[in-house]
Design a protein around this ligand. Sequence first.
Ligand code: NAD
Length: 258
Amino acid sequence: MNKQKKNYNKLSDAQKIDAFAQMLADAQHAVFLGGAGVSTESGIPDFRSKNGLYHRKRGRFSKYRPEYLLSYECLKKEPEIFFDYYRSNLDVRNVEPNAAHFSLAELERQGSLIGVITQNIDGLHQKAGSINVQEIHGTIWGNHCISCGTRYPASYIFESPEKVPGCEKCGKTVRPDVTLYGEFLPEKAYQNAIKMIREADLLIIGGTSLEVGSAAQLAHMYHGQNLVIINKGKTKMTGKADLVFRKSIGEVLQSVLS
Ligand code: NAD
């Protein structure tokens, strides 16, 4: 990145918002790449923040690492633990989108944003009105049988009286459409995400530590004009960004719209 761009970060907050708004206005193909931090203002904890799932007391799950509890290994070896943790921590069906989700949906509606690539599994971008959403880690909003593939709604797992929900057709386990640790990413969403990143001339990264490999790889595939990072904590790409906001993503995105 050139020297003039680096100087953006010496500007006041208001000037940085103006610079961000100008980048959006100039961009032909702006794309947002986000993670769990986008949904914290809706009340869903992320992983690595002070109040994130990594640092919380996990009660009966305390002997397990969070990655294990959401891994394919756990689903295979200890399905009762997997579904107990999943039901207790990932039932976010009643959570509402926040200013960040609504602002991104509005930017897409206005034609200023091509779409959103998200690591989140909560479906809040769609709830807020975003249309082009690539969910590279899947979603809690669908389930399927591991054997015959029969599809079930989210309620099937969250409201099942069975410890391990079984398929009505073949009796095998019904699992969420969430990409678990140790699994490949959903091919279509990931390919769409790669295409969006390669074509992008403005990439906005927000609410993600970029610690998860797939998101970091996508970020590294970006070679467009401007990179904006909106993240309270530091990320691996912070040093490469043209503009960095180390504050609430809802606040920044709302300001850039107004
Ligand atoms: P992470 O916890 O590693 O990082 C979140 C980042 O967001 C942190 O750097 C934090 O500083 C920042 N952040 C938190 N709240 C913010 C706010 N209001 N404004 C600006 N920045 C904020 O999360 P990750 O990088 O997304 O990786 C965790 C993995 O677990 C991903 O796959 C993620 O999608 C998944 N996960 C999803 C949800 C969800 O669907 N809502 C929740 C937890 C974890």
